[in-house]
Design a binder for this molecule. Structure first.
Ligand SMILES: [Zn+2]
Ligand SMILES: [Zn+2]
Length: 136
Protein backbone atom coordinates (compact mmCIF):
# COMPACT_ATOMS: atom_id res chain seq x y z
CA UNK A 1 0.00 0.00 0.00
CA UNK A 2 1.29 3.43 -0.86
CA UNK A 3 0.94 6.28 1.65
CA UNK A 4 0.76 9.18 -0.84
CA UNK A 5 -2.58 10.36 0.57
CA UNK A 6 -1.23 10.62 4.11
CA UNK A 7 1.85 12.61 3.16
CA UNK A 8 1.96 16.41 3.03
CA UNK A 9 2.29 18.32 -0.25
CA UNK A 10 6.03 18.59 0.32
CA UNK A 11 8.08 15.74 1.76
CA UNK A 12 11.76 15.43 2.58
CA UNK A 13 13.68 12.32 3.57
CA UNK A 14 15.73 13.55 6.52
CA UNK A 15 17.87 10.44 6.45
CA UNK A 16 19.18 11.45 3.04
CA UNK A 17 21.21 14.30 4.54
CA UNK A 18 19.64 17.18 2.60
CA UNK A 19 19.28 19.02 5.89
CA UNK A 20 22.19 18.62 8.28
CA UNK A 21 21.24 16.51 11.27
CA UNK A 22 24.43 17.19 13.19
CA UNK A 23 22.21 19.12 15.60
CA UNK A 24 18.63 18.19 16.55
CA UNK A 25 15.82 19.17 14.21
CA UNK A 26 13.09 20.53 16.44
CA UNK A 27 10.34 20.24 13.84
CA UNK A 28 10.95 16.65 12.80
CA UNK A 29 8.53 15.08 15.27
CA UNK A 30 6.02 17.94 15.11
CA UNK A 31 5.31 17.62 11.40
CA UNK A 32 5.48 13.91 10.60
CA UNK A 33 3.47 14.23 7.38
CA UNK A 34 6.30 16.32 5.92
CA UNK A 35 9.12 14.06 7.05
CA UNK A 36 7.56 10.64 6.63
CA UNK A 37 8.82 7.93 4.35
CA UNK A 38 7.36 7.68 0.86
CA UNK A 39 6.20 4.09 0.95
CA UNK A 40 5.07 3.78 -2.66
CA UNK A 41 7.44 1.72 -4.78
CA UNK A 42 5.87 1.55 -8.22
CA UNK A 43 6.13 4.72 -10.23
CA UNK A 44 5.54 5.68 -13.83
CA UNK A 45 8.18 6.06 -15.15
CA UNK A 46 10.55 4.01 -13.00
CA UNK A 47 12.64 6.06 -10.57
CA UNK A 48 15.79 7.32 -12.17
CA UNK A 49 18.31 9.82 -10.82
CA UNK A 50 17.92 13.06 -12.79
CA UNK A 51 14.28 12.53 -13.77
CA UNK A 52 11.84 14.79 -11.95
CA UNK A 53 8.26 13.90 -12.82
CA UNK A 54 6.49 10.73 -11.73
CA UNK A 55 3.12 9.21 -10.94
CA UNK A 56 2.35 6.66 -8.24
CA UNK A 57 1.03 3.62 -10.06
CA UNK A 58 -1.13 2.63 -7.13
CA UNK A 59 -3.12 5.80 -6.41
CA UNK A 60 -2.30 7.97 -9.41
CA UNK A 61 -0.77 10.80 -7.36
CA UNK A 62 1.49 12.97 -9.55
CA UNK A 63 4.83 13.80 -7.90
CA UNK A 64 7.93 15.89 -8.44
CA UNK A 65 10.89 13.91 -7.07
CA UNK A 66 14.55 14.64 -6.61
CA UNK A 67 16.12 11.21 -6.31
CA UNK A 68 19.31 10.07 -4.62
CA UNK A 69 22.29 9.39 -6.89
CA UNK A 70 22.51 5.78 -5.72
CA UNK A 71 22.16 2.71 -7.88
CA UNK A 72 18.89 1.80 -6.16
CA UNK A 73 17.66 5.37 -6.18
CA UNK A 74 14.86 6.71 -3.99
CA UNK A 75 13.08 10.05 -3.65
CA UNK A 76 14.80 12.36 -1.16
CA UNK A 77 12.70 15.46 -1.83
CA UNK A 78 9.14 15.40 -3.13
CA UNK A 79 6.37 17.82 -4.07
CA UNK A 80 2.83 16.76 -4.98
CA UNK A 81 1.55 17.99 -8.35
CA UNK A 82 -2.07 18.71 -9.23
CA UNK A 83 -1.91 16.55 -12.31
CA UNK A 84 0.56 14.81 -14.57
CA UNK A 85 0.86 17.85 -16.84
CA UNK A 86 1.94 20.29 -14.15
CA UNK A 87 5.58 21.39 -14.31
CA UNK A 88 7.26 23.18 -11.41
CA UNK A 89 9.47 26.24 -11.84
CA UNK A 90 12.85 26.46 -10.13
CA UNK A 91 11.41 29.22 -7.91
CA UNK A 92 8.50 27.02 -6.86
CA UNK A 93 10.86 24.19 -5.95
CA UNK A 94 13.23 26.51 -4.06
CA UNK A 95 10.33 28.10 -2.17
CA UNK A 96 9.19 24.63 -1.04
CA UNK A 97 12.71 23.77 0.05
CA UNK A 98 12.96 26.92 2.18
CA UNK A 99 9.53 26.21 3.65
CA UNK A 100 10.34 22.66 4.64
CA UNK A 101 13.71 23.76 6.07
CA UNK A 102 11.79 26.12 8.33
CA UNK A 103 9.43 23.31 9.35
CA UNK A 104 12.31 20.95 10.06
CA UNK A 105 13.65 23.44 12.61
CA UNK A 106 10.24 24.55 13.86
CA UNK A 107 11.09 28.09 12.81
CA UNK A 108 13.53 30.62 14.19
CA UNK A 109 15.12 31.49 17.50
CA UNK A 110 15.32 35.10 18.69
CA UNK A 111 19.01 35.46 17.77
CA UNK A 112 20.33 36.84 14.50
CA UNK A 113 22.12 34.72 11.92
CA UNK A 114 25.87 34.61 12.51
CA UNK A 115 26.64 35.18 8.84
CA UNK A 116 28.19 38.62 8.37
CA UNK A 117 25.68 41.34 7.48
CA UNK A 118 22.71 38.96 7.58
CA UNK A 119 19.66 40.31 9.37
CA UNK A 120 17.64 37.07 9.40
CA UNK A 121 17.03 35.07 12.55
CA UNK A 122 18.81 31.82 13.29
CA UNK A 123 16.93 28.60 12.66
CA UNK A 124 16.03 26.96 15.95
CA UNK A 125 19.07 25.09 17.25
CA UNK A 126 21.38 26.38 14.48
CA UNK A 127 23.75 29.34 14.20
CA UNK A 128 22.49 30.48 10.82
CA UNK A 129 19.33 31.33 8.95
CA UNK A 130 17.62 29.33 6.20
CA UNK A 131 19.58 31.29 3.54
CA UNK A 132 22.98 30.55 4.98
CA UNK A 133 22.46 27.04 6.23
CA UNK A 134 23.00 25.02 3.11
CA UNK A 135 20.36 22.52 2.12
CA UNK A 136 20.77 20.49 -1.05
ZN1 LIG B 1 0.27 6.46 -4.17
ZN1 LIG C 1 21.74 34.39 7.32
Amino acid sequence: MCNCKQLAETVVDLNAGLISQALPLYGQDLFPRFFGEIEAEDFEPQLSYGDLYYCCKECGQAWYFECSPDETTSPVFAIKRYDVEQRLSKDKVNAKKEFITLLAHNGFSDKKCSHIECDNYQLNGKKMCHKHLSML
